[in-house]
Design a protein around this ligand. Sequence first.
Ligand code: S3P
Length: 169
Amino acid sequence: AKAALGRRNLVFIGLMGAGKSAVGRMTAAALGIPFIDSDHEIERVSRMTISELFAAYGEEEFRALETRVIKRLLNTGPRVVSTGGGAYINERTRRHIKKQGLSIWLNAELDVLWERVNKRDTRPLLKTENPKQTLENLMHARYPIYAEADLTVISRDVKKEVMVEEVLA
Ligand code: S3P
């Protein structure tokens, strides 16, 4: 699988709570290539948390920074990159991902996502009156776009190893 990748990147996309970072990290370890989480990289270069960036500059500025960071990460492949849930939805970022990566959508049902995000509240987009409803609205808006991914893996309550095997196969 590693040889087949060449210099291309494996890019995990999907909603918050789908398991992009966890499955991405394990896939990278299995392939023996570097793993990076784009949100962590954004936090590292800006020296701010994602919540602070949203609060200080707004979503539009965050997306512009996200596009630049992801473009740079993809330029030095092969890597496994896990992206924030909105990255692939942004047209410019999506173009970079399509050009320099194979995308893998971790597709999960609402209850699976909710179960995972509901415990942490670091997501600025879910600071709403009804976060579960917000998550559901995001599913409806985004799933048709995530569906353009090269590969779709259902993210469900199985061992993460099972999903990694699916990706590698
Ligand atoms: C976002 C998802 C977050 C983070 C930001 C915006 C989104 O990443 O990038 O809060 O638009 O869905 P995760 O998907 O890693 O939670």
